[in-house]
Design a protein around this ligand. Structure first.
Ligand SMILES: [Zn+2]
Length: 119
Protein backbone atom coordinates (compact mmCIF):
# COMPACT_ATOMS: atom_id res chain seq x y z
CA UNK A 1 0.00 0.00 0.00
CA UNK A 2 1.10 3.52 -0.64
CA UNK A 3 -0.12 4.66 2.73
CA UNK A 4 1.29 3.50 5.99
CA UNK A 5 1.03 3.99 9.70
CA UNK A 6 1.80 7.53 10.83
CA UNK A 7 0.85 9.19 7.54
CA UNK A 8 -1.34 12.26 7.59
CA UNK A 9 -4.23 11.68 5.23
CA UNK A 10 -7.29 13.47 3.98
CA UNK A 11 -10.56 11.64 3.45
CA UNK A 12 -11.85 12.09 -0.08
CA UNK A 13 -15.03 10.02 0.05
CA UNK A 14 -17.71 9.08 2.50
CA UNK A 15 -19.23 10.93 5.40
CA UNK A 16 -15.90 12.18 6.75
CA UNK A 17 -14.88 13.69 3.42
CA UNK A 18 -12.48 16.60 3.77
CA UNK A 19 -11.30 15.67 7.23
CA UNK A 20 -7.71 14.89 8.04
CA UNK A 21 -6.07 12.55 10.48
CA UNK A 22 -3.14 10.29 11.09
CA UNK A 23 -3.12 6.63 10.19
CA UNK A 24 -3.05 4.68 13.40
CA UNK A 25 -3.20 1.29 11.75
CA UNK A 26 -2.74 -0.05 8.24
CA UNK A 27 -4.43 -3.29 7.18
CA UNK A 28 -2.81 -4.13 3.84
CA UNK A 29 -4.66 -7.44 3.51
CA UNK A 30 -8.01 -5.68 3.58
CA UNK A 31 -6.65 -2.58 1.84
CA UNK A 32 -8.04 -0.56 4.70
CA UNK A 33 -6.65 1.92 7.15
CA UNK A 34 -7.73 3.19 10.53
CA UNK A 35 -7.56 6.96 10.78
CA UNK A 36 -7.50 8.61 14.18
CA UNK A 37 -10.70 10.42 15.14
CA UNK A 38 -12.31 9.48 11.85
CA UNK A 39 -15.06 7.12 10.94
CA UNK A 40 -15.73 6.85 14.62
CA UNK A 41 -18.52 4.53 15.56
CA UNK A 42 -20.13 4.37 18.94
CA UNK A 43 -19.89 1.04 20.64
CA UNK A 44 -22.34 0.48 23.42
CA UNK A 45 -21.29 -1.75 26.23
CA UNK A 46 -23.31 -3.03 29.12
CA UNK A 47 -22.06 -2.85 32.64
CA UNK A 48 -20.57 -6.20 33.44
CA UNK A 49 -20.14 -7.97 36.71
CA UNK A 50 -16.55 -8.75 37.51
CA UNK A 51 -15.46 -11.89 39.26
CA UNK A 52 -12.30 -10.63 40.83
CA UNK A 53 -11.76 -11.71 44.40
CA UNK A 54 -8.95 -9.18 44.86
CA UNK A 55 -11.57 -6.49 44.64
CA UNK A 56 -13.58 -7.79 47.56
CA UNK A 57 -15.41 -4.99 49.27
CA UNK A 58 -15.26 -2.78 46.18
CA UNK A 59 -17.95 -2.58 43.55
CA UNK A 60 -17.75 -5.73 41.43
CA UNK A 61 -18.97 -3.97 38.33
CA UNK A 62 -17.25 -2.88 35.15
CA UNK A 63 -18.97 0.31 34.04
CA UNK A 64 -20.93 0.28 30.82
CA UNK A 65 -21.41 3.18 28.47
CA UNK A 66 -20.74 4.42 25.00
CA UNK A 67 -17.24 4.20 23.59
CA UNK A 68 -15.85 5.83 20.49
CA UNK A 69 -14.05 3.31 18.32
CA UNK A 70 -12.36 4.22 15.04
CA UNK A 71 -13.34 1.84 12.27
CA UNK A 72 -11.32 0.97 9.16
CA UNK A 73 -11.93 2.87 5.92
CA UNK A 74 -10.91 1.68 2.45
CA UNK A 75 -7.51 3.03 1.53
CA UNK A 76 -9.00 4.31 -1.74
CA UNK A 77 -11.07 6.76 0.30
CA UNK A 78 -8.04 8.61 1.61
CA UNK A 79 -5.21 10.59 0.07
CA UNK A 80 -1.91 11.36 1.70
CA UNK A 81 -1.31 14.97 2.70
CA UNK A 82 2.06 16.21 1.49
CA UNK A 83 4.06 17.64 4.40
CA UNK A 84 5.75 20.11 2.04
CA UNK A 85 2.88 21.65 0.10
CA UNK A 86 0.11 20.69 2.56
CA UNK A 87 -2.20 19.36 -0.12
CA UNK A 88 -3.80 15.98 -0.57
CA UNK A 89 -1.87 14.23 -3.29
CA UNK A 90 -1.28 10.95 -5.02
CA UNK A 91 1.84 9.04 -4.13
CA UNK A 92 4.63 8.50 -6.64
CA UNK A 93 7.85 6.63 -6.30
CA UNK A 94 11.27 7.91 -7.09
CA UNK A 95 14.77 6.59 -6.64
CA UNK A 96 17.17 9.01 -5.07
CA UNK A 97 20.74 8.79 -4.00
CA UNK A 98 21.20 8.47 -0.26
CA UNK A 99 24.56 7.78 1.32
CA UNK A 100 25.84 6.31 -1.94
CA UNK A 101 22.85 4.02 -2.40
CA UNK A 102 19.74 4.26 -4.54
CA UNK A 103 16.79 4.45 -2.19
CA UNK A 104 13.13 4.31 -3.18
CA UNK A 105 11.18 7.23 -1.82
CA UNK A 106 7.54 8.10 -1.81
CA UNK A 107 7.08 11.48 -3.44
CA UNK A 108 4.31 14.04 -3.88
CA UNK A 109 2.74 13.76 -7.34
CA UNK A 110 1.86 17.43 -7.54
CA UNK A 111 3.68 18.80 -10.57
CA UNK A 112 4.89 21.91 -8.78
CA UNK A 113 6.04 20.06 -5.66
CA UNK A 114 7.45 16.56 -6.06
CA UNK A 115 8.97 16.53 -2.60
CA UNK A 116 9.66 13.38 -0.65
CA UNK A 117 6.75 12.41 1.59
CA UNK A 118 8.75 10.56 4.22
CA UNK A 119 10.75 12.51 6.68
ZN1 LIG B 1 3.71 18.30 -2.22
Amino acid sequence: MKIKKGDLVQVIAGKDRGKQGRIIEAQPDERRVIVENLSVVKKHRRPRAMRDSSRMGQPQIQPGGVFDVASPVPVSNVMIVCPTCNRATRVGYEFRESKGRQVKYRVCKRADCGEVLDR
